[in-house]
Design a protein around this ligand. Structure first.
Ligand code: DGT
Ligand code: CA
Ligand code: CA
Ligand code: ZN
Length: 582
């Protein structure tokens, strides 16, 4: 375990002891130990290796033993037993913001409350207000806390988090006392959702920077305010950490707090192998007394260079082989939004979209796209007003007329998002499907099939000559609905064998096929399309979230069909639709 993880366990121990009503000195020994460990400048690995942990003031013998055990084994019997000895309902009450172990113990002992539900009931009956040391005000706070717990506990979509993250960074950069500033953490790594936001600032005057930060509108609560770190909670429940460091520490702090944890662990090991110790404070020879003697780095590129590595884009820092690549020739330029020349999976008012064919075409033209494709739903998606064969043929001729009119410079492709029926057949007549320029096939029903059934169903659709690309492969809705069971590797292989594209659905709630599959799949030759699945003109903007995830999957321009200019796209689509010519 790392220093921070051990500190978390020590804090947990202290809380559990408090819930059990144990000796206050013992309780404090653990919480003090946790704080001490968190702020320890020395490298924990070294201290333990050299047997010097016990020399640190505040670490008693029992604590040293437990830290060592956690460091080497990652677990501790004492902690496991302690956890098992406290009612989980009581432990869960700790999730209520503003309610600590001491109060929970009183509530449990005086009115027998041992779960969040029971606590809610006690508040409804006004029993908490009547308790000594609580009162009406605390009761109201608890009720509010129970309500907020859900919002606070959950993760937040990257796309939503950016609405807060981007203006704050812009504001920080505009402050006089700020030399440099950046996002860090999972937000900078462009994860599909984030636990909290992290900001790193270089400044010699942290005070005014922190003051500005906590005074932002939407800040509901300041949860921690220290000399170098301030944490706030916004109205949405999203939290943010701001760390202000001296300029010479900036890129070390930025690298450390960008993470990921796995990436950091590998970087520290690499440093150690070179006799160096890497931390958020700097990079120093192992034997140097403190990080005051750190090597200098102006930028993250310098930092990587000091460890003989090429720069690693933040999106790739997941500990999934990026260090090995950075040791060698480094990374090719990753996919960018500007590379896109158009998009394929979109809806109009003909099915469940809110903009007409003309409005969508005008919006695509405003974005400078050479082409866009209509892929309205098929008839099985009746709740989405899916098109039957007749309406689809009608739409094909309308699109033909629109293209011929030269009203817009953007070319419109005729497509369809055709349902993959439970048995793997497609929802529309194949003769009609072959009249289209392309077909996106998607699963919209029977999500509960077994993995074998679902895999066979999708592979059957892949093998259908009408299928150009697969829509939202997993069916997941992030933070809302799990993916259906599927053997994704088998599907990838079938798609490659049949020349079928697997889309990267750029809707911020979908973002599938998941980024973790793309690197290997693209190496094997799979092509993708960044598809906004737009149901209105503003949804075209989703492509940015799709590109983020494509970058996390190590994708370059070459792996993506909609980075190709119109003439090349037509050539590719013509592989399955001989009627298409330039
Ligand atoms: P999140 O907020 O859950 O979406 O994920 P992150 O990656 O933003 O995590 P966060 O906010 O807890 O910490 C930011 C970064 O700081 C994290 O990616 C790596 C670094 N960091 C935090 N705690 C530790 C730790 O215990 N060990 C290591 N090696 N790095 C850590
Ligand atoms: Ca974070
Ligand atoms: Ca954080
Ligand atoms: Zn769909």
């Amino acid at each position: 375990m790392t220093k921070r993880e051990i500190a978390d366990v020590l804090n947990d121990i202290s809380t559990l002891l408090e819930l059990r009503g144990e000796n206050p000195f013992k309780i404090r020994a653990y919480s003090n130990g946790a704080r001490k460990l968190e702020t320890l400048e020395e490298d924990l690995d070294e201290l333990i290796a050299e047997g010097k942990l016990a020399d640190i003031q505040g670490f008693g013998k029992a604590l040293v033993e437990k830290i060592k055990m956690l460091h080497t084994d990652g677990k501790l019997e004492f902690y496991e037993n302690l956890k098992a000895s406290v009612d989980p309902g009581i432990v869960s009450m700790l999730e209520i913001p503003g309610l600590g172990a001491k109060k929970i113990k009183v509530l449990n002992e005086s009115i027998g409350v041992s779960s969040i539900e029971e606590l809610q009931k006690a508040c409804d009956d006004n029993r908490v207000a009547e308790l000594k040391g609580f009162g009406k005000k605390s009761q109201d706070k608890i009720v509010e806390g129970i309500k907020n717990r859900e919002a606070y506990g959950k993760r937040h979509l990257w796309w939503r988090a950016r609405e807060i993250a981007e203006p704050i960074l812009a504001g920080l950069l505009a402050l006089e006392d700020v030399e440099k500033a950046s996002h860090a953490g999972s937000f900078r790594r462009r994860r599909e959702h984030v636990g909290d936001l992290d900001f790193i600032v270089a400044s010699s005057k942290p005070g005014p920077v922190m003051d500005w930060f906590v005074s932002q509108s939407h800040v509901k609560e300041v949860t921690a305010k220290g000399e170098t770190k301030t944490s706030v909670r916004f109205e949405s429940g999203l939290q943010a950490d701001l760390r202000v460091v001296p300029a010479k520490q900036y890129c070390f702090a930025l690298h450390h707090f960008t993470g990921s944890k796995d990436h950091n662990v590998q970087m520290r090991q690499r440093a150690l192998a070179r006799g160096l110790s890497l931390s958020e404070w700097g990079l120093k020879p192992v034997e140097a007394e403190s990080f005051e003697d750190s090597l200098e780095a102006e930028s993250e590129s310098d930092l990587f260079r000091l460890l003989d590595l090429k720069f690693v884009p933040a999106e790739l820092r997941e500990g999934l082989g990026e260090i090995e690549t950075a040791e060698g020739k480094g990374f090719p330029p990753l996919l960018e939004v500007d590379h896109l020349c158009g998009v394929f999976h979109n809806h109009t008012t003909a099915s469940d979209g809110s903009a007409t064919l003309e409005e969508m075409t005008a919006a695509a033209q405003d974005l400078g796209w050479e082409y866009w494709g209509v892929a309205d739903h098929s008839k099985a998606s009746f709740q989405a007003n899916g098109l039957d064969e007749e309406r689809l043929l009608n739409q094909i001729s309308r699109i033909k007329d629109l293209n011929a009119s030269n009203k817009f410079s953007t070319h419109v492709f005729s497509g369809n998002e055709c349902d993959i029926l439970p048995d793997g057949s497609l929802d529309l007549d194949s003769e009609v499907l072959m009249k289209l320029d392309y077909v996106v096939t998607s699963v919209h029903s029977s999500f509960s099939q077994s993995e074998a059934e679902m895999t066979a169903r999708i592979i059957k659709a892949i093998e259908n000559p009408a299928t150009t690309m697969l829509g939202h492969l997993s069916g997941r809705l992030l933070l809302k609905r799990e993916a259906y069971k599927l053997d994704t590797q088998k599907v990838i292989d079938a798609a490659i064998a049949n020349g079928v594209v697997i889309e990267l659905n750029a809707n911020p709630y979908r973002l599938d096929m998941d980024w973790r599959f793309w690197r290997k799949a693209a190496e094997k030759g799979l092509l993708t399309s960044i598809n906004p699945d737009a149901h209105s003109t503003d949804h075209f903007a989703f492509v940015e979230s799709g590109v983020n995830v494509g970058r996390k999957g190590w994708l370059t321009e070459d792996n993506v069909i909609n980075t190709k200019p119109l003439t090349e796209v037509v050539k590719i689509l013509a592989g399955k639709r001989p009627h298409l010519t330039c």
